[in-house]
Write a protein that binds this ligand. Structure first.
Ligand SMILES: [Zn+2]
Length: 80
């Protein structure tokens, strides 16, 4: 079972679709069961769609930090 921290580490790969099937399956399972991470996933995906075409497909560092912070607050503990 994926932890929220693992999820964040794999999110980039997952959205890039370069991840292994195993990784994809686990990420999918995690966001099905963890609403906080689903929100992070959804937000990141939408942001990436905006960024696509003008920047590399990586999550901007500032956004990543922001998401991590938001997630830590929601989870009530430090992640990342
Ligand atoms: Zn989670």
């Amino acid at each position: 079972m994926l932890t929220c921290k693992d999820f964040l580490g794999w999110l980039n790969d997952y959205l890039d679709e370069t991840a292994d099937e195993e990784v994809k399956a686990q990420v999918k399972e995690h966001i099905t069961n963890c609403v906080n991470c689903w929100v992070v996933y959804d937000t990141t995906k939408k942001t990436l769609q905006v960024y696509k075409g003008m920047e590399p497909k990586e999550v901007p560092e500032a956004l990543r930090a922001k998401l991590l912070e938001a997630l830590s607050k929601k989870c009530g503990k430090a992640v990342g």
